[in-house]
Design a protein around this ligand. Structure first.
Ligand SMILES: [Zn+2]
Length: 279
């Protein structure tokens, strides 16, 4: 069986003027099969539209995920901020279920005054509280997907994201390769760089399924600075990722987050198809 690697844009294609509920036919026509709904500046979506997104995405066989708000901070020193963050993620899960989102992606928080261990512990406790509330409301079968983050001030090293995922059945990682690359000062150079990451995910979580983000990235000592399209020559390199995913038989979803997200998603798809033909 061919490995299933889905690819799609983070949000609507560049220049798309229509409504999000109707975007899935276009995504499919571009040869793409994934889509990450962007609630990054707040979730503002009527329930009926979430249901229509579900219907239209299924009809076009496009796998949907949701990116939650950037202002979520589960490790804030302010209890109020943590409480609001839990509430917003709760809403994302509820709407995400209507939408058929198979992952709720979010950036867990910032280290702040707590230090790394303290901040991770606050994230863990907040996630426990969130999951308990969801279960208490009779909401099950959802996957929270904290992301490997791009700034060194943010909770979200690969190890931290794996730790949070080990802790709860309802948590699985979002692997943002560009963020790992930026945090690590340009650490992903070739297939081996990707293999090290995937081996850690597989050995510690026993999972052969991957939700990931991809973009070219510019970085400083503090981490990520700017996203770039694939043709601009910034790392990490995309070809060895495809090689490692295909050869490893990974079931993966790659969300393109470049400034040319849909065109670059199509490029990634073409690289995958090319690689599969050679197999
Ligand atoms: Zn993100």
């Amino acid at each position: 069986m061919l490995p299933l690697i889905r690819v799609g844009p983070a949000g609507n294609p560049v220049g798309y003027r229509g409504s999000t509920v109707n975007v899935f036919g276009k995504i499919r026509a571009m040869g793409l099969d994934a889509y990450e709904y962007q609630a990054t500046y707040g979730l503002r979506l009527k329930n009926e539209n979430a249901v229509r997104i579900h219907e239209n995405s299924v009809k076009n066989d496009v796998l949907v995920s949701m990116h939650g708000p950037y202002y979520i901070n589960l490790s804030s020193a302010k209890k109020e901020t943590v409480e609001k963050s839990i509430e917003r993620l709760f809403d994302c899960v509820v709407t995400g279920k209507l939408m058929g989102a198979y992952r709720i992606v979010f950036h867990p928080g910032f280290y702040g005054e707590q230090g790394k261990a303290g901040a991770l512990d606050l994230c863990r406790r907040a996630l426990g509280e969130l999951i308990e509330r969801l279960h208490g409301a009779g909401i099950r079968e959802f996957t929270l997907a904290p992301e490997t983050t791009g700034k060194r001030s943010q909770v979200g090293s690969l190890d931290e994201i794996i730790k949070l995922s080990e802790e709860f059945d309802e948590v699985m990682p979002t692997i943002d390769f560009a963020h790992i690359h930026a945090r690590g000062g340009g650490c992903i150079r070739d297939a081996r760089g990707y293999m090290e990451i995937l081996d850690r995910v597989e050995s510690r979580l026993g999972s052969h399924q991957l939700h990931c983000h991809f973009t070219g990235i510019e970085y400083t000592d503090a981490g990520e600075r700017k996203h770039h399209s694939l043709s601009e020559g910034y790392g990490p390199p995309v070809e060895p990722l495809i090689e490692v995913l295909v050869d490893g038989g990974w079931e993966a979803t790659i969300i393109s987050e470049t400034p040319m997200k849909d065109a670059d998603a199509m490029k990634i798809k073409a690289i995958i198809n090319e690689y599969l033909k050679r197999e």
